[in-house]
Design a protein around this ligand. Structure first.
Ligand SMILES: Cc1cc2nc3c(=O)[nH]c(=O)nc-3n(C[C@H](O)[C@H](O)[C@H](O)COP(=O)(O)OP(=O)(O)OC[C@H]3O[C@@H](n4cnc5c(N)ncnc54)[C@H](O)[C@@H]3O)c2cc1C
Length: 414
């Protein structure tokens, strides 16, 4: 545990937001504070490994598809580069935030509950997917156990229903379609009689809501080539048994749509929406959608008292996407540094103004459909399939995460 005399900078959640914030502060904020040795960054995360979450739609099929050493990286190992007394990792889950008392309680993975005081707090606990196959809803052991159960059931499956027409659902459908059914030839628009019938069900009138209709239509064409059918304007209203796809990823299910139609399926993957991991935070600090109400300019949680911030999918300042988190890190860290300097006695004039975040709202999303193609746009420009493959589809961003987890990406203050 932290020595009581230290000023604790507590970060909750060890993923894109939390790991990046920790590196950035350890490199560019703590060393310039008066008496740096009196500060300690404490990172508390439910998973002791950080993972390239976007890779889940392919990674769930087999461990052979990615180098597992790159896919999962030990959090403590990437912080060994800093002086021991400045960083402390706790494998645990935050269970209660008391903003008034400036304390966070957490359960340790090894058992028992503890409480830590914070001088500054950064909430970066992200969001969970309804399907546990698509991220670290709990720790890495749980994710791997879900993948193992799904993989065991996969060879016997003749039908799969995926609920959700966003990128997670579409990428998962594309990966499973290509893996199980192969791909129709150049001059064939649709794979007829696929080995496994794969159906994507979406409430929306088009898939991929963040992309323009022409790109969504192209995605549908590519899905048809790997034996995936899309059912639009259809809401899943019931699943029997109710835990299918959630508690039991290998269960057969009956999926009832709003129009009364029932689809019986060998496997069900609920890939619609995400739920912010904020149940440990008082509702008065949350926006209506459950994310932490975060000042969209400064990334402070204004209602939580001084030096409280939120970043990533748990925060309300922007839509959930890695590139937006990476743009937010230098901003939130500059404001943390500023606030820490003020708290240490520096005056407003020497620390300067707040740094301001502005969400980049241009159409940006890349969606691989299998291993060789996909659809997407970046900064408002449509991207051809081979570029989607080159940038994302060939390894689902694994080429970027090495530098991110090791902190090299944050070597320079930006
Ligand atoms: C299938 C899928 C594909 C995606 N593909 C892309 C993509 O290609 N490009 C893109 O930009 N975005 C993509 N995203 C979104 C992207 O993954 C998220 O924006 C990003 O992971 C959010 O990072 P984060 O740090 O906010 O939290 P998360 O990645 O959600 O991680 C949160 C961390 O906090 C931990 N945690 C949770 N609760 C607690 C608690 N109470 N106490 C302590 N720790 C806790 C979790 O274990 C986890 O380690 C994808 C998302 C999914 C689900």
């Amino acid at each position: 545990m932290a020595a009581p005399s230290k000023a604790n900078i507590v970060i909750l959640g060890g993923s894109y937001g939390g790991v990046s914030t920790a590196h950035y502060l350890l490199k560019h904020a703590i060393p310039i504070l008066p008496n740096p040795s009196t500060y300690q960054v404490i990172l508390i995360s439910a998973a002791s490994q950080v993972m390239c979450r976007p890779a889940c739609p392919r990674a769930l099929i087999s461990d052979d598809l990615f180098s597992q050493d790159k896919l999962f990286v030990s959090i403590p190992s990437v912080f060994k580069q800093y002086p021991k007394e400045t960083f402390h990792f706790i494998h645990g889950t935050a269970t209660e935030l008391s903003a008034a008392n400036r304390k966070v309680s957490f359960t340790k993975s090894s058992g028992g509950t503890e409480t830590v005081d914070f001088h500054a707090l950064i909430v970066a606990t992200g969001a969970s997917t309804p399907s546990p196959l698509l991220g670290l809803n709990e720790d890495e052991k749980y994710l791997r156990s879900c993948w193992a159960a799904f993989r065991q059931a996969l060879p016997a499956a003749k039908s799969i229903v995926i609920a959700g027409g966003g990128p997670a659902g579409i990428e998962t459908a594309g990966e499973l379609g290509e893996h199980l059914n192969g791909r129709a030839g150049w001059f064939t628009s649709k794979l007829t009689n696929p080995k496994v019938s794969i159906t994507v069900v979406t409430t929306s009138s088009k898939i991929l809501p963040a992309l323009r209709p022409a790109i969504a239509d192209k995605a549908e064409e590519l899905l048809a080539k790997v034996g995936v059918t899309v059912v639009k304007n259809a809401k899943v209203v019931a699943v029997t048994p109710s835990g299918a796809g959630r508690d039991d990823v290998a269960a057969k299910a009956s999926v009832t749509l709003e129009n009364g139609k029932i689809i019986d399926t060998d496997l069900y993957i609920p890939a619609m929406g995400t739920v912010p991991n904020t149940s440990f935070i008082d509702k008065s600090l949350l926006a209506a959608d459950g994310r932490v109400e975060t000042n969209p300019s400064t990334l402070r949680v204004d209602k939580a008292g001084p030096r409280v911030y939120a970043v990533g999918d748990a925060a309300s300042y922007a839509r959930p996407a890695v590139h937006l988190i990476l743009e937010a890190i230098p901003v939130v860290c500059a404001n943390i540094k500023r606030d820490l300097l003020l708290a240490a006695g520096r005056d407003e004039q020497t620390v300067g103004e707040d740094r301001v975040y502005k969400e980049d709202s241009r159409e940006t999303q890349m969606v691989p459909i299998g291993k060789s193609t996909g659809v997407g746009a970046a900064m408002g420009y449509r991207i051809p399939g081979f570029l989607v493959w080159m940038i994302k589809g060939r390894d689902y961003w694994l080429w970027t995460t090495g530098g991110l987890w090791s902190g090299k990406q944050w070597a320079k203050e930006s």
